[in-house]
Write a protein that binds this ligand. Structure first.
Ligand code: ZN
Length: 499
């Protein structure tokens, strides 16, 4: 964390902006590199003594849930429609990890998956063996896929699966597993249904890649026995304390169920039905589990004040658009309160054990629109062409100055409204060391322009990191008219002199 704070202060010392922005503000807006916000809960007790003694703690799982179960389905297949329905009919959820996705795939397939309660994830643009491509290409395969899928579908994506699985590190590897892990973190991808403790194989901390025990039912010829064996193994590993990210398993991997039998999806449905509607299971998609897990780890609860028989707690939690899921947080209070009051006087129901779920604030939603504005030739950041089509009147340009080692950002607001809580993640390829530079601006008034130069930090010396094109995404999240919006302001640059 130390290094990030340093680079932020550095970045902010270069801020050219008429308003006032303070470096120490950044800590209020991000936690572990993820945008966060605060909310208050008021708990009413039988006596002032009870209020004074009250303690509120987080629950590792939603109330009453012992095991999280998800599923993973890879590649841009049209059979996903059948998978989606089969899962939904049995109360299961899943994440579909896609490569190519044009407008018609988005309309015909993705919209249906979402209607059935599922989500989408990242699986690279061209489906390469990631260890067989150069670092810049590897990064673009991941980040380019995310920018494309999010903007075409207007959906956030926070999880990832490896094409062909994770390769072995050998002398011939063009990128290592650890470099791929760093690229995923930089791209804002927080986990995925890979294999138990995948983070370790990527040289990351457990919470940097939230991955379940993954099991199969035989994709092309679904078998109950195989499914049951996998499920049991997952339960056993979790019971033995082997999972570093909590009780989480996921079924996968391909929508190939009709390959051997025409009724393959029915066969899979019958198998899923054996583990349907179980009250102790949390049927979730991978974004939801990851969102819950990261909030369980990183959300902060502080007792703010006690007034008579009331105690007020402040909860700082991750903004939903960071994790691509709006998920309630489970907590437990002791002693047992008489009442739990949420914002606007809304009452939350507390069970006999003092457990209750805290929803996100109503304003904390996923973006309705996600746009991309590309600067493919690294032209000036204030170029007239760098306009948003989904947010009329908004211009965002990003340009790399390699000599000064900064990203020039120009944001012009002619939307007729004030844009607030503008925050950015600068997603850099591996040529730059350290963590993703972050920035935050409280508001950009109508008819005003914000210009920033953000320092990009230390550079790798090896020429490996200069080959091919460097793809950078300045991911901007903001509120316009009280609605969450996202624009990926991308820039592509080739270091011709080095090649
Ligand atoms: Zn694949």
């Amino acid at each position: 964390m130390e290094r990030r704070l340093f680079s932020l202060i550095f970045a902010f010392s270069f801020l050219l902006f008429s308003g006032s922005v303070f470096a120490d503000e950044i800590g209020q807006h991000f936690v572990h590199g993820l945008a966060s916000y605060s909310q208050e809960i008021t708990l009413e007790f039988a006596s002032p003594e009870e209020a004074a003694a009250a303690e509120l703690t987080k629950l590792e799982m939603p109330i009453g849930k012992k095991l999280a179960v998800s599923s993973r389905w890879d590649d841009s297949s049209r059979e996903h429609l059948l998978m989606s329905r089969t899962l939904a009919e049995n109360g299961w959820k899943g994440t579909f990890f896609l490569n190519k996705c044009d407008e018609s795939y988005a309309q015909d397939i993705v919209s249906r998956l979402v209607k059935d309660g599922h989500s989408i994830g990242i699986h690279t643009t061209r489906h390469p063996h990631l260890e067989q491509v150069e670092p810049n290409r590897m990064f673009e395969e991941i980040l380019g896929n995310r920018v494309m899928l999010e903007s075409v579908n207007d959906l956030c994506a926070s999880t990832f699966t490896f094409p062909f699985g994770l390769g072995r590190d050998t002398e011939d590897s063009l990128t290592t597993a650890h470099e791929q892990g760093i690229a995923l973190v930089r791209a804002g991808l927080l986990g995925g249904p890979e294999s138990i403790n995948m983070a370790e194989r990527l040289g990351l901390k457990p919470e940097q890649f939230v991955s379940p025990y993954r099991f199969v039912a035989n994709d092309s010829d679904p078998q109950l026995e195989t499914f049951e064996k996998g499920w049991k193994t997952g339960e056993n590993l979790i019971a033995e304390g082997k999972s570093t990210i909590g009780p989480y398993i996921a079924l996968g991997t391909h929508s190939w169920q009709r390959r051997v039998h025409q009724d393959g999806f029915e066969r899979l449905g019958n198998i899923l039905a054996t583990k349907s509607n179980l009250s102790e299971i949390w049927y979730c998609d991978s974004n939801e589990y990851t969102a819950y897990r990261l909030n369980f780890l990183f959300a902060e609860i502080k007792k703010k004040s006690v007034n008579g028989n009331r105690a007020v707690f402040v909860i700082s939690r991750i903004e939903p658009q960071e994790t691509a899921a709006v998920v309630d947080l489970g907590v437990k209070v002791s002693p047992l309160p008489q009442k739990a009051l949420f914002s606007h006087g809304k009452i939350l129901s507390v069970n006999d054990s003092g457990e209750f779920m805290i929803p996100n604030e109503a304003s904390q939603t996923l973006p309705v629109h996600i746009d991309r504005i590309d600067n493919p030739e690294n032209g000036p950041a204030d170029a007239e062409t760098l306009i948003s089509t989904e947010f009329p009147g908004l211009k965002i340009g990003s340009q790399i100055d390699l000599e000064k080692n900064v990203l020039n950002i120009v944001i012009t607001n002619e939307t007729g409204k004030t844009i607030t809580k503008v925050k950015g993640h600068i997603r850099l390829p591996l040529k730059w060391k350290g963590e993703t530079p972050l920035w935050f601006v409280e508001k950009i008034e109508n008819k005003s322009t914000l210009k920033m130069n953000v320092s990009l930090g230390e550079i790798e010396s090896s020429n490996r990191f200069r080959k091919g094109e460097l793809f950078i995404d300045n991911q901007c999240d903001f509120l316009v008219d009280g609605e969450v919006g996202r624009i990926h302001s991308t820039v592509t640059i080739r270091e011709t002199a080095e090649n």
